[in-house]
Design a protein around this ligand. Sequence first.
Ligand code: SF4
Ligand code: SF4
Length: 394
Amino acid sequence: MRNINRRKFLSISALAGASAVVPQMTGSKYAMAAPVDDADKKIVTRVLGKTGMEIPILSMGVMRADNPAVVRAAYNSGLTHFDTAHGYQNGKNEEMLGVFFKDKDRNTFTIATKGKANLKSDNFEQDYEELLNTSLRRLQMDYVDIFYAHAIGNTGEVNNPRLIKMLKKFKDEGKIKHIGFSTHAHKPAQIDEAIATGIYEVCLVSYNFKLDILPELDAAIQRGVDAGMGFVAMKSMAGGVADADATSKINGAACLRWVWQNKNITTAIPGFTSFDLLDNCLEAAHSPKLGEWDIKYLAGLKEKELLYCQNCGNCVKECSKHLPVPDIMRAYMYNYGYKYPSLSKDTLTELAIASNACSGCKKCTVTHCSSGFNVAAKIAAITPIVNVPSHFLA
Ligand code: SF4
Ligand code: SF4
């Protein structure tokens, strides 16, 4: 291991240890409160396309949350939609939601989960069915409201006949109410392809003020809405930090207000893990109009290098080893922005990325990164995490 790798490796390990400490247990005005019935505290709702689901513009991305008291605080403060995935926290995320919602009226909340389809496997159908059944068992539910085909990477996946057949089967069996897909890459093309299949009702799409392809993406979202599709925004905070070194947090309220100005986005699912972050999101939800300060603040960040990868794909073409650089950059963001090293490791492990992925490459040929990243340096700083034993990672 080169010196820089070792230094970065140690910083990853230290970071992992630090974030493995304790879930936040500080008080919140929402934590112990009864469910909201104050009209002033109600959050604006929008309808999610042809699903007909009417949900508040603020939902909870449960991904990193491991403290059920934060889920309770969100529920009690008027949030009704909760987003998880089969893979989050190795299933513990779904289990936590299952325990929390076990005694709640099923009409007071909606749940979305996601499952990654391994379409290269001969056993795909059997495995995908088992994946959904396992998620339902963990959630202690007969059905989920939305099931997303997770992290669809290209149009060949979104329109894959085997995937479509299984999604339809799940819906026919009543295990899922609505079919969706989530995507980080090639978003306009995938939305158009999803419309053409006629089966997708919801798209979970990365959507934030940093996007370079905003005009094309907004136009594709409009076509989806016209076809009856509903849109949920993720990655709304563009990595969660306000500088490339992750020394300061981004103002999440401004980011959310920016997202909500697009009326075609029904809700956003920020992944808050603490009462403070929930309060910050609620502050935005109770006052959702984008203000002058928000506009100036976001304009200042727009030109800065943050941790959000545009998924433009330039690096994939330019990399001499054709590494899946955008996915590696996402893993980097999970660790250094979200402080979620286990998801970072899982992302790289799933892609079979080696700890020394760039070894033997004398000079990096990736020179046109739309996010301004030194991708080789970032790869060197994150890939050693695949060698960190999982029990050290939060
Ligand atoms: S240094 Fe890494 S990212 Fe750059 S071209 Fe080589 S293998 Fe690709
Ligand atoms: S070139 Fe940069 S912005 Fe574009 S996909 Fe690669 S890492 Fe992301």
